[in-house]
Design a protein around this ligand. Sequence first.
Ligand SMILES: CC(=O)N[C@H]1[C@@H](OP(=O)(O)OP(=O)(O)OC[C@H]2O[C@@H](n3ccc(=O)[nH]c3=O)[C@H](O)[C@@H]2O)O[C@H](CO)[C@@H](O)[C@@H]1O
Length: 361
Amino acid sequence: MESKKKVVIACGGTGGHLFPGVAVAQEMKRRGHEVRLLISEKKVDAEASKKYGDLAFDTVPAIAKPATLSLKMLPFMWKLLQTTSKCKGLLRQFGADAVIGMGGFTSLPPVMAGKKLGAKTFVHDSNALPGKANRLTAKWCDKVLIGMEAARPYFPGSEVEVTGTPVREELESVPSRDVAAGQLGVDPARKTVLVMGGSQGAKRLNSLVVEAARAMPEVQFLHLTGNYDYERVKQEVGEGSENHRLIAFCADMAQLYAVTDLVIMRSGASSLSEISYLGLASILVPYPYAADDHQTKNAEVFEAADAAVLRQESDLDAGSLVADVTAIFGDDQRLVNMSAASQALGVKDAATRVCSVIENL
Ligand SMILES: CC(=O)N[C@H]1[C@@H](OP(=O)(O)OP(=O)(O)OC[C@H]2O[C@@H](n3ccc(=O)[nH]c3=O)[C@H](O)[C@@H]2O)O[C@H](CO)[C@@H](O)[C@@H]1O
């Protein structure tokens, strides 16, 4: 057994950073290490972390870099320095041996603080096209861990290891389809589509799904709208749509995945790591305003492997969505092949790989 370590995991700002951070924390704890997670003060982080009462969370201010070089850089730099100083205090008090940042500018101050205090420092990036904060941090941290091989060229000169993106431990033991269907009150024998809009907004996609679901009464839809869009989508669905279940936010993804045959979703890296871990086929509709269009790059990896159909939102209408779902559900072998291709992209032991790197440096 390696010596026990104290590890800080910086994973604030969005579910796409937080959940892989939680997965690393769960595995680290399982191995007997002590962990603290640094998340942002944003409501989305508070809600997403609520379920993990057995883990120790601290909050730091959320930091977003201005898109262009302007006078706004001054308050950004000031906040960065102030937050780094706060993080130094937290790290010193905890006695951190290692700090890993899971992406986003909110993860930058903790990793900077770790570097200044002489701790081992790491970044993990789950995307095919890594974020700016991680590319910056990578230049001076000890090791860069990536979710997909496609990200490697963006880290020239760094020591890079492909670990995959860790998924939360509850996804290791997904209930049976019948049990989950019973709990959800849906029919296990009916083809089921899960719709995931991602954390940043999917108003148009949500509305297209409402229309498409109406045209496919034989298919069940479980639709995660996001808290912000729930009431609007509910109005659009109206009464009497027995095949269309709306959920604002789900704290038990394992249950939903257990009854899912096909996912229609944004192509955020954490969601992709989960559906590939479980071997689910998908129709991917990248968030059109994601930085550097990185969600399209993520989706292209899945499309190239025949694990997914990639559709840009600007080209999509309800009719083409119906055609895609009907074509996939009308060809059982295609669905099986897509699911197998998705599974082949998943990295089952990503959490173990990340933890081994941290333990061994
Ligand atoms: C708009 C944007 O820039 N989003 C980025 C953000 O991800 P963002 O947070 O948008 O989305 P991801 O798909 O990566 O992660 C969503 C996570 O939330 C979970 N979930 C979702 C809905 C729900 O009701 N319950 C629930 O638990 C999913 O299971 C998943 O674990 O960071 C990711 C990782 O860098 C990027 O790949 C995304 O492109």
